[in-house]
Design a protein around this ligand. Structure first.
Ligand SMILES: C[S@@+](CC[C@H](N)C(=O)[O-])C[C@H]1O[C@@H](n2cnc3c(N)ncnc32)[C@H](O)[C@@H]1O
Length: 259
């Protein structure tokens, strides 16, 4: 299963996922907060290597609480510079969000389609927890697939088929999805084969994983969030810098939620 990728192969996840301008993405998100002055308290859900959390810490001296189920990802994040001010928690979303105090965060992040790892019930519970944890002036940012991209089978090859060379000269090729997406009969649940090839001197390692993801569309998440009491905005579709948002978050939709 894909959890093996996030555990034993987390180092390779980083090689292929470190393909965005996290500094620019973080700046865009931070500029949407009600005020960008002063230290912010950020909660990074499904943190993985904490790409965005590290930018909040190092670029803006913000406090970041990161939460993630894989201890390997925590080590990776620490190696990449996650530290202070902040804390990296190992836990499962939504259950382990209960440990945080209400009305604490200026900004909550759930980026890179990660809410797709939650059932609809758990997504609803996560949103309820976000409402409890966010300050009245705070904002939640969730990233979901652009439906037109995913129904085109992610034909954008720069995302589907990634080739990289590691610092130790390993050639990495990750294809996600590798082959046609298998769809569930009753839900927008996609089963995707993910192949990872690692070529080193005299050696070729081929691994395959299955990623089962719930494909939530922006409108569905907004509907659930509205039921809980959130209002919403879509920065890629409104405002002067919508084109900048589109350029920084390709094949994605960013949902902004606020009270
Ligand atoms: C697609 S990665 C995103 C990582 C990072 N945010 C990024 O932008 O690259 C999803 C991460 O969520 C973690 N994860 C999946 N389900 C989880 C859950 N229920 N609770 C906590 N972490 C989870 C995985 O281990 C993985 O590191």
């Amino acid at each position: 299963m894909i959890q093996d990728f996030y555990q034993q192969y987390s180092r390779y996840y980083d090689v292929i996922a470190n393909d965005r301008d996290f500094s620019a993405q973080t700046r865009l998100i931070r500029n949407r907060l009600n005020t960008n002055e002063g230290q912010k308290k950020v909660l990074e859900l499904f943190a993985g290597p904490a790409y965005h959390g590290i930018e909040f810490q190092s670029g803006h001296n913000d406090y970041v609480a990161a939460i993630e189920s894989s201890p390997h990802m925590k080590h990776l994040a620490e190696d990449k510079g996650f530290g202070s001010p902040g804390e990296y928690y190992i836990g499962s979303i939504p259950t382990d969000l209960k440990q945080f105090s209400e009305n604490t965060f200026d900004c909550i992040l759930g980026l890179r389609y990660s809410i797709g790892y939650l059932s609809r019930e758990n997504l609803y519970e996560m949103l309820r927890q976000c409402k409890r944890l966010i300050k009245a002036s705070g904002k939640v940012f969730l990233e979901v697939h652009d439906i037109s991209a995913i129904t085109g089978n992610l034909t954008n090859d720069s995302i589907r088929d990634r080739k990289k060379t590691t610092d130790s000269d390993e050639e990495i090729n990750c294809i996600w999805p590798d082959g046609a997406i298998q769809w569930d009969n009753l839900d927008y649940k996609a089963s995707m084969n993910v192949s990872l090839t690692i070529e080193r001197e005299q050696e070729k390692v081929e691994k395959s994983f299955v990623s089962i993801e719930n494909i939530y569309c922006a409108k569905e998440v907004i509907f659930l969030a509205n039921l809980i009491g959130f209002s919403s905005a879509l920065p890629q579709f409104e405002g002067n810098d919508k084109q900048v948002w589109f350029n920084e978050f390709k094949s994605s939709i960013i949902i902004e939620l606020f009270l």
